[in-house]
Design a protein around this ligand. Structure first.
Ligand SMILES: Cc1cc2nc3c(=O)[nH]c(=O)nc-3n(C[C@H](O)[C@H](O)[C@H](O)COP(=O)(O)OP(=O)(O)OC[C@H]3O[C@@H](n4cnc5c(N)ncnc54)[C@H](O)[C@@H]3O)c2cc1C
Length: 276
């Protein structure tokens, strides 16, 4: 279908984008457009104005900064996947970016768009939750706030983001030396995950485990983490993968199927993380 009519404005900077969003309350940011445009074509989204941030050059970068890796919100999945800095300092992020969609999607979609869209089937939000990453959000009047990933993804397509705020940066910890794994089960190579699992081997403590598409937002597998902290082996701990989750039932699989799948994937992810 053809989207409903809309106005278009190109933002020259983050502050300019925020000004445009504030002056036009029914407006929406567009970055890669790979999630927003399909919704507009289905008329599930009908913004009166699109504020295009895709040409703001200083929001596309990956760099080491104060013991963390800082990733600009406009960095394309392809550039995240191929970042030498991430390969060395936080490889679960670059690996997962390389698993998103297909090459066309990865060359256009952005990490900030992936976060702001807040789709529970998306891969990167789960990894950010497992890592304890933070998001820097900018708003009117030069305001800036830092939100832990675990709080940013509030619900189904519901980020912690006002209509005139912009995700500017994502910061992930350096995980050098820690084992890691991101596994997703999908029917075709470019499909979204039926279920996904991000696992990071413990850094002096128990491993961190988070799940994709097992509820309305990415969730930590609390039962698994608790079992591992208590000394359980991966296979035993993985049996608690669906604790506290609320997976959807759809044409791809029932909630019950997803619960069983989560247990299998968590076991495999823990084994892979331990072996890396
Ligand atoms: C065929 C196909 C397959 C895909 N497969 C996968 C997959 O396997 N795994 C996966 O995780 N994703 C997948 N995606 C989604 C893809 O990763 C999108 O690119 C991403 O979710 C959105 O990024 P974008 O830059 O295109 O955002 P857009 O579509 O431009 O925007 C998405 C939403 O975020 C808002 N937004 C964007 N950037 C910002 C910002 N910086 N600050 C504030 N708000 C912002 C927009 O207003 C909109 O509401 C797929 C998409 C397609 C089309």
């Amino acid at each position: 279908m053809i989207p409903a009519p809309f106005e278009y404005a190109r933002a020259e900077s983050v502050d300019h984008a925020i000004e445009l969003l504030t002056a036009n309350p029914d407006s929406k940011v567009i970055a890669g457009g790979h999630s927003l445009l399909p919704l507009m074509r289905l008329r599930l989204a009908r913004p009166a104005m699109l504020v295009d941030i895709s040409r703001i050059g200083d929001l596309a970068y990956v760099r080491e900064d104060s013991g963390e890796v800082a990733i600009g919100a406009l960095t394309r999945h392809h550039d995240v996947a191929n970042s030498e800095v991430l390969h060395e300092l936080c490889p679960i992020v670059s690996y997962t970016a390389g698993q998103i969609g297909d090459p066309q999607v990865r060359h256009v979609g952005t990490i900030g768009g992936s976060c702001a869209h807040s789709d529970p089937a998306s891969d990167m939000p789960t990894v950010l939750v497992a890592l304890g990453a933070t998001l820097t959000v900018r708003g009117p009047g030069g305001a800036s706030r830092v939100v832990p990933a675990a709080d940013f993804f509030k619900g189904l397509f519901e980020p912690d983001l006002a209509s005139n705020e912009i995700v500017a940066e994502i910061r992930v910890p350096v995980t050098r030396g820690r084992g890691w794994s991101y596994l997703k089960f999908h029917r075709r190579a470019q499909d979204w995950a039926l279920v996904g699992v991000a696992a990071l081997a413990g850094d002096g403590g128990a491993p961190a485990v988070a799940l994709t598409n097992m509820g309305e937002r990415p969730v930590r597998a609390i039962g698994v983490e608790e079992a591992l902290a208590g000394g359980a082996d991966p296979a035993t701990a993985a049996m608690r993968a669906d604790e506290g989750t609320n997976p959807p039932s759809d044409t791809f699989g029932s909630a019950e199927y997803r619960r069983e799948l989560a247990k299998v994937l968590v076991r495999r992810a823990l084994e892979e993380a331990a072996a890396r």
